[in-house]
Write a protein that binds this ligand. Structure first.
Ligand SMILES: Nc1nc2c(ncn2[C@@H]2O[C@H](COP(=O)(O)OP(=O)(O)OP(=O)(O)O)[C@@H](O)[C@H]2O)c(=O)[nH]1
Ligand SMILES: [Mg+2]
Length: 460
């Protein structure tokens, strides 16, 4: 593929206090650019590849020293991006590393986009697309489970599954071609039963992959869980107990929380963003009014919601409105404060949203908290899915392509069942094969027929 023409630079290590930090520079000018500001015994352009050099980074305009550094020179192609790469190890600490990076930019590099080094590695054929995505997931992984899943993807697990399914598709295509071109080979005929059965099998495997993919997306992006309810029902108390710190102010004064509070927390290996909101009620207070409007917005954006009710008080109109949200939104109801005498009509709530979506709760009970955590994990991971399974981490792109492939296979199935000609069936199967290949960045350029016949022993 085409070589990149410009040279990019970025800090490769994490922010924060550390003894060293590394800046990575990649591209055709990497060595020339760093040479402009690097003072040492020898010029980097004269140094052997994969060697390390001690020296100073100077300001390009007045030559004043910025930092004492070690510079590693790596010439293409044996580098991460397969371009010339220079790594500058500076002293840690935000100031030094930033100053050196700025000077590298002044000397002619440009700031890299997020993931651009990995993108270049892919463009230069060092890794496939799903592996490239895996590397990015690995960097972004927020929980241990997500990290393991990303690692699996880097190692090519997704690629293997996809390749196996595509291989099966080719076998079916080969049969169809033989049937069309050599009708006398009747032992290899693609009967409609054969195609139907194969298409169904392929669809099952894709459904499994899609399940895994959806689960993977949750691991990566996390789940936005919004807590909504009337003032004083205990929303902030619930947030605090889930995130295990006193993040939100809790008082017995209704209307304590006036803004949206968001905290991230790992529950059972799944990253959650827990959102606490202002209690919803009709109000004239201008600040509270804005808070309530925001709460409604939060509900829109949430993946699922917890409607919190105060079990020690009878239901009011607002509670019914909130319960109504669950008709369109995933989530469930917690009837809170059950340590107090119960005044709420629990049967009515059960009836409104279904018993399985209602849980009696007390913020003061640790037991209840554990049960609730289990419930949300189970809910998110889906039935039958073990939360501890590490699937590959899917992006929206993967999910879209898997769904498209399933559509193609459904067309295959429909065509067969409608008694269409094999030519037509083959077109849809080919489309399925091509679409699925896009997940791992395999373009359909190879001659399809060559591929087919290399899979299939025709002469027998
Ligand atoms: N008895 C009892 N009191 C609770 C429980 N949960 C919360 N509370 C109390 O209820 C009061 C309100 O709690 P908050 O968490 O501030 O309620 P909120 O829903 O965030 O209230 P706003 O921010 O005003 O909308 C506090 O005095 C809490 O201690 C519970 O399970 N049982
Ligand atoms: Mg509150």
């Amino acid at each position: 593929m085409s070589a990149s023409t410009d040279t990019i630079a970025a800090i490769a290590t994490a922010m924060g206090e550390a003894s060293i930090a590394v800046i990575r520079v990649s591209g055709p000018e990497a060595i020339t650019i760093v040479d402009r500001i690097f003072l040492s015994n020898s010029k980097l352009k004269d140094c052997a590849t994969h060697t390390v050099h001690y020296g100073m980074i100077n300001k390009i305009d007045d030559q004043s020293v910025i930092d004492e550094v070690l510079v590693t020179v790596m010439r293409e192609p044996r580098t991460y991006t397969r371009e010339d790469v220079v790594e500058v190890s500076t002293h840690g600490g935000w100031q030094a590393v930033q100053a050196v990076l700025r000077e590298i930019i002044r000397a002619g590099a440009r700031y890299a986009e997020p993931g651009e080094f990995t993108k270049r590695a892919y463009l230069h054929g060092r890794i496939d697309l799903s592996q490239a995505e895996g590397v990015m997931e690995l960097i972004a992984a927020q929980t241990d489970l997500a990290r393991v899943a990303a690692l699996r993807q880097v190692q090519g697990t997704l690629k293997q599954s996809i390749q196996a399914i595509r291989h099966n598709m080719l076998e079916v295509l080969a049969r169809i071609e033989v049937t069309i071109d050599y009708p006398e080979h009747d032992d290899e005929q693609a009967t409609s039963e054969f195609v139907e059965e194969k298409a169904k099998g392929l669809m099952r495997r894709l459904h499994d992959l899609l399940d895994e993919a959806l689960h993977g997306r949750i691991l990566r992006d996390g789940v936005r869980l919004a807590i909504v309810g009337r003032p004083n029902v205990g929303k902030s108390s619930l947030l605090n107990s889930l995130v295990k710190v006193d993040r939100a102010i809790v008082t017995d004064i209704p209307g304590t929380t006036r803004d949206v509070i968001e905290e991230r927390v790992d529950i059972g290996g799944i990253p959650f963003a827990i959102v606490d909101t202002a209690g919803i009620r009709e109000t004239e207070d201008i600040v509270e009014k804005i808070g309530v409007a925001k709460s409604r917005e939060v509900v829109e954006q949430a993946d699922f919601i917890v409607v919190l009710l105060d079990g020690s008080r009878p239901l009011v109109e607002t509670d019914l409105e909130l319960l109504g949200l669950l008709a369109h939104k995933k989530g469930f109801v917690l009837i809170n404060k059950v340590d107090l005498p119960i005044a709420i009509d629990t049967d009515f709530v059960d009836h409104q949203v279904g018993t399985e979506r209602v849980m009696l709760y007390s913020t003061f009970s640790h037991q209840d908290l554990l049960k609730f955590e289990q419930k949300i994990c189970h809910f998110v991971a889906g039935s039958g899915q073990q939360v501890s399974d590490a699937p590959f981490l899917a992006s929206n792109r993967h999910i879209m392509l898997l769904e498209e492939t399933l559509d193609c296979l459904q067309n295959v199935l429909d065509s067969v069942q409608e008694g269409q000609t094999l030519d037509l069936v083959a077109v849809d199967m080919q489309q399925a094969w091509i679409t699925l290949g896009e997940v791992i960045g395999e373009t359909p350029r190879e001659d399809l027929l060559d591929q087919i016949f290399s899979q299939f022993c025709l002469g027998k």
